[in-house]
Design a protein around this ligand. Structure first.
Ligand SMILES: Cc1cc2nc3c(=O)[nH]c(=O)nc-3n(C[C@H](O)[C@H](O)[C@H](O)COP(=O)(O)OP(=O)(O)OC[C@H]3O[C@@H](n4cnc5c(N)ncnc54)[C@H](O)[C@@H]3O)c2cc1C
Length: 480
């Protein structure tokens, strides 16, 4: 019998599981996919928002601002890339200047620190590549960029190191309430638990309705992106938002933590929660925005396009509450943007809710003295000094073999991410952790080498190595 089961190992579920691992509890983290962070968490803008965007008085506003201020410490503890590069909302005409003044006022109400409206000259000092006819911008110093899936993976690793049980490939298909808590059917397994925390992203409504009356519905909404080669990575220094309008929050142009350039997202309501295609119209819209904003950009430098699905709800706010009449079922749903930024604050809040539930059920909820807030650091070979590199190669010659020539990733780093807690089992799982295949050739050269390493380390045949999700086979049979 588990004390608490968290359903969904995206950024919300992994943050909550890691926060709960500070307590002496028997915790289970379940996901239907074969890796953590395989839902919305792997496809978003990766922005740590300052917090002026969310409507006053909402949970989004509260958790955005609190979440933002928690990022430095968490990313340091978990060795995850995070940069406070600042953000700009651009205004090119009188109407847009009015909008950024409203955003500034909202930011003040929401408690956002270090914001100001800056003029054309000040913008040019920050962003020399923005077109000169810009009139002003809202500058928020606390805006930042992060590696979203790296953070969720690090949280899962650290949670497991602190005693959480992670079970992947476990699609939850039924939940029944018995005399002693819940019985969850997930894949071929069943689990008993006292408390359920539903963090199932775009499927949070389905999980909720397995046991509760329908009170909300997830309305999927797709955002498309273009990712550019590192040769374009210094076209902007900060997160550059277009001005929001009735049509949406505005398209963003931003550097990534690894030095690429990202354009996007669109915002399109869709019917199918799995429809992560990109479209000519969507990509044209975001490219046109960049063309209108920047003096120069090279569209031949796009290395990949992708899309992510927002879990929107009718109320436009996060739904973080106990199901009606139940102390032991907590919904954490409708976590669309700024869900990545808000996740650490959501985890704090949900842990307090779980504490109250536990108290009402006579369950103990005591701090664990052995909690370790730091995960085992990952190895970034190319960031080491020459002496450290030589020392590592002497200990393990696999650090002397470069597998990914675009990103300079060694065999030693790939083996490390496969063999860690919550380690990689797929080609994209390795890519999300160690970055082989993230460069210009997008794995054209290194993918077969990484597959060989995966097959060897996991002791499976090459043809059983998956690209990403279940069924994404790359090879069909051995020819010679
Ligand atoms: C286009 C776009 C841009 C965004 N940009 C930003 C941004 O810049 N900054 C920001 O703060 N936020 C941003 N967001 C929002 C942010 O990405 C999300 O709020 C966040 O990733 C949601 O995380 P999650 O863990 O709630 O959901 P998910 O990451 O989707 O995780 C849910 C998990 O539940 C699992 N699951 C589902 N059903 C089941 C089941 N039946 N059984 C078991 N497991 C199940 C899934 O496999 C998945 O792993 C953006 C979102 C989108 C789509």
């Amino acid at each position: 019998m588990y004390d608490i089961t968290v359903i969904g190992a995206g950024i919300t579920g992994t943050f909550i599981a890691r926060e709960l691992s500070k307590y002496d509890l028997n915790i289970l983290l379940l996901d239907k996919e074969n890796d953590v962070a395989n839902g919305t968490t792997k496809a978003n803008s990766a922005i740590v928002h300052a917090g002026y965007d969310a409507a006053e008085g909402t949970l989004k506003a509260k958790f955005n601002v609190r979440g933002n201020e928690m990022f430095d410490e968490i990313c340091r503890d978990l060795d995850v890339p995070f940069k406070r590069v600042g953000s700009l909302v651009t205004a090119f005409n009188h109407e847009e200047m009015e909008t950024i003044r409203c955003l500034y006022q909202r930011g003040i109400t929401n408690g956002v620190p270090d914001m100001k409206i800056i003029n054309q000259e000040e913008i040019m000092e920050l962003e020399g590549n923005i077109k000169e006819d810009i009139q002003g911008a809202l500058y928020a110093k606390t805006g930042g960029i992060v590696g979203p899936w790296e953070l969720a993976i690090a949280l899962a690793e650290n949670a497991v190191e602190n005693g959480v049980e992670l079970q992947l490939n476990r699609p939850v298909t039924a939940i029944k309430k018995g005399e002693e808590g819940y019985r969850i059917t997930a894949g071929n397994s069943t689990y008993k638990t006292k408390i359920i925390i539903n963090c199932a992203g775009v499927y949070a409504d389905q999980i909720d309705q397995m046991i509760n009356e329908k009170t909300f519905e997830i309305l999927p909404n797709r955002g498309e992106y273009n990712l550019f080669d590192k040769s374009m990575g210094n076209l902007v220094n900060t997160v550059v938002f277009g001005c929001p309008s009735a049509a949406g929050k505005g398209t963003v142009i931003l550097p990534t933590v690894h030095g690429n350039l990202l354009l996007g997202p669109t915002a399109e309501p869709i019917d199918n929660k799995e429809d992560t295609r990109t479209t000519f119209e969507g990509l044209t819209t975001i490219n046109d925005h960049a063309r209108d904003t920047l003096k120069q950009i090279g569209f031949s430098e796009v290395i990949t396009s992708f899309s992510g699905i927002r879990a929107k709800v009718e109320t436009k706010d996060f739904i973080i509450e106990k199901a009606a009449g139940k102390e032991d079922f907590i919904n954490v749903a409708g976590i669309d943007s700024p869900g990545l930024t808000a996740a650490p604050a959501i985890a704090e809040y949900v842990t307090e809710m779980a504490k109250e539930s536990a108290a009402s059920m006579g369950m103990s909820f005591n701090k664990k003295e052995t909690f370790n807030n730091r995960r085992t650091p990952s190895i970034h070979f190319m960031e080491l000094s020459r002496k450290e590199q030589e020392g590592l190669i002497e200990k393990d010659s696999r650090f002397g073999r470069v597998i990914c020539r675009c990103e300079n990733i060694t065999e030693g780093e790939i083996v490390d991410v496969i063999n860690r807690k919550a380690g990689a089992t797929t080609l994209d799982g390795v890519k999300r952790r160690a970055r082989p295949g993230s460069g210009r050739c997008q794995g054209g050269f290194c993918a077969p080498r990484v597959m060989e390493i995966l097959a060897r380390e996991l002791n499976v045949e090459m043809k059983d190595v998956l690209k990403d999700g279940l069924g994404s086979y790359i090879l069909t049979e051995q020819t010679k």
